[in-house]
Design a protein around this ligand. Structure first.
Ligand SMILES: [Zn+2]
Length: 237
């Protein structure tokens, strides 16, 4: 089965992460695990630009924007989508240190709406990226698709909250990387239908062999696996 990985990165990630990769290593891993395309972001969009040019159609650019940069971030998003073919925006409230519902975020979401691109947002860490906080934003922009990356991450209460939030808000989608409970993937399909959960690895933070194993034991039908590993992310690139 062909796979789309909805969540990868390039570059150096220092303390406290201490992981790194580059485009060639990412492609090698993709080949090993039959991954056709990877959504890819980095704090510095230039690195992703180079990778997209080197591996067109395989590395799908995701523009990382920092709302503290104001108009510069809005212009940068438009440039990457319009001129370079990036397909989505990445927001990281934990790393960039902002609340999802801070009004300074709104102009970026409005720009994503006018560009008709989805917004991928890190989730799972207090005080900046809890599922309920992302819901505050998603509720006010019902015509923008939000992908709650990590679907609550490693904390059982946040994972359940990700499911609860997505159940209430049809514009919220879930991505699986780093979320340890395979049963919650099945539960998400049962609760949300077959179209709103997508596989991601978060390379280089996690290894795809581990991430994919969790997909395999989630108890999904073959048709649901096809949606999880490919079709649902294909709608976002
Ligand atoms: Zn990530």
């Amino acid at each position: 089965m062909k796979i789309i990985d909805a969540h990868t990165h390039l570059g150096q990630w220092g303390y406290p992460f201490n992981v790194e990769t580059n485009a060639d290593k990412l492609i090698a891993l993709m080949n090993e695990f039959n991954v056709e395309k990877s959504f890819c972001s980095y704090i510095d969009n230039m690195l992703v630009e180079d990778a997209v040019k080197k591996y067109p159609g395989r590395i799908i650019g995701q523009a990382w924007e920092d709302p503290y940069k104001g108009q510069e971030a809005i212009d940068d998003l438009r440039y990457h989508v319009k001129e370079l073919g990036f397909k989505s925006m990445k927001l990281h409230p934990l790393i960039n240190g902002f609340l999802p519902y801070d009004p300074m975020v709104f102009p970026l979401i409005e720009e994503a709406r006018s560009l008709n691109i989805p917004v991928f947002m890190h989730s799972g860490h207090a005080p900046y990226s809890l599922p309920w906080q992302i819901a505050q934003l998603a509720e006010d922009f019902p015509d923008v698709r939000f992908v709650m990356v990590h679907m609550g991450h490693g904390h059982g209460i946040y994972i359940q909250a990700a499911l609860d939030v997505a159940k209430k808000l049809p514009n919220v989608y879930l991505e699986t990387s780093g979320m340890p409970m395979a049963n919650k993937i099945k539960e998400a399909f049962d609760t949300l239908g077959d179209d709103r959960v997508m596989y991601g690895s978060d390379i280089p933070f996690h290894d795809p062999s581990v991430e994919l194993q969790r997909m395999k034991v989630a108890g999904l039908t073959d048709a649901q696996m096809q949606k999880l590993l490919y079709d649902n992310a294909a709608n976002f690139c």
